[in-house]
Design a protein. Structure first.
Length: 340
């Protein structure tokens, strides 16, 4: 019985080169309008991507996602404020209000995500896996964990407020609020990590700034709502000064920094919106709070400025990302800089 000798497989590199050559031969020509623009110099090849397609896909998030970023930051930091108030023995009404802020925000956030995704099943599918290296996967689980912890915290504080001060209730309240504060801290900052962990030039180049910016903005927003609700106490005043001061520094940093990918932060609709947002969150709120700190209406005005600026900044960063995704030249320049 004779056997057919086995042919020796080609080397991997040879096979890959054959695939590349075959792709080059079979690649369709660019569309006529793009070919004409390239020939006349009106459009560079690097700006068209492959086969005339954009190199980066622009963000397709709807208006619900920036609002989710805004409310998620406020909800998460409200839980942190509630836990700090519990630790330092603040009045129960302050703790209750902050926890209810967190719970209401945690109830709205999933609805905003589902509205953007289109179907509830898509949100549930995101919970089928747990990828700790994926900011989106971690964000879904953080939101679910925070919602559960803040719900238990609200139940606990309501029982305590009604006189059910049993040991198991007190211990459960402390544990739930501690967990809510931890997951709330992650909820307020992970959205900045989510933007930075992309190939989008303007987001990627500001990946170290975005989490801190969103965290501070969420804290200032939570403080602003507390002040508008009548909690004009020294603690909210101090936090208001701190957050407005940090946002002023961030505004100065973004103004003076002129990186290769920062054009959308200085020009166009995104640039103008971000400048106004930065002024409202930072210098405007800080000056109003400093001059009229003794007047209730001054604190209300400062809180309102900060909240409006925080909301605008979320939309400005999304718009900047959309503008940056069309700038393939910047992406190529950044890649060449990494390889140099």
């Amino acid at each position: 019985m004779t056997t057919t000798p086995k042919t020796k497989p080609k080397a991997t590199e040879e096979r890959l080169e054959e695939i590349r050559e075959s792709a080059r031969r079979e690649a369709p020509p660019p569309p006529p309008d793009i070919a004409v623009n390239i020939a006349t110099g009106a459009l560079k090849p690097s700006q068209t991507g492959y086969y005339g397609l954009p190199l980066l896909k622009p963000p397709t998030w709807t208006w619900e996602v920036p609002l989710y970023f805004f409310l998620g930051g406020i909800s998460g930091m409200a839980a942190c404020i509630a836990f700090a108030a519990l630790v330092f023995g603040a009045p129960t009404n302050l703790i209750r209000f902050a926890l209810w802020m967190g719970l209401i925000g945690a109830s709205i956030c999933p609805a905003l995500l589902i509205a953007d995704l289109g179907r509830p099943l898509r949100f549930l599918n995101m919970l089928r896996v747990f990828k700790w290296r994926s900011a989106m996967s971690m964000g879904s689980w953080i939101l679910v964990g925070f919602s559960g912890c803040v719900f238990v915290s609200v139940v606990g504080i309501e029982l305590v407020a009604r006189g059910y001060s049993y040991t198991i209730v007190i211990v459960g309240l402390w544990l739930a609020q501690g967990a809510a504060a931890l997951t709330g801290l992650l909820l307020a900052s992970y959205t900045g990590v989510l933007l930075g962990a992309t190939a989008n030039p303007v987001w990627n180049q500001n990946r170290k700034l975005l989490p801190a910016h969103f965290l501070t903005s969420g804290l200032g927003g939570a403080v602003g709502i507390l002040e508008l609700a009548g909690f004009l106490i020294p603690a909210t005043q101090i936090l208001g000064f701190v957050t407005s001061g940090i946002e002023t520094g961030i505004e100065i940093l973004l103004t003076v920094r002129k990186g290769v990918a920062d054009k959308p932060l200085h020009h166009g609709v995104s640039g103008r919106t971000l400048r106004v947002a930065g002024m409202l969150e930072g210098p405007a709120a800080l000056v109003i709070r400093a001059i009229w700190h003794a007047e209730p209406w001054g604190r209300y005005a400062a809180a309102s400025c900060f909240l409006l600026g925080a909301l605008m900044s979320r939309y400005a960063w999304i718009w900047a990302g959309r503008e940056s995704s069309h700038d393939a030249t910047t992406l190529f320049a950044l890649e060449r800089g990494k390889k140099a």
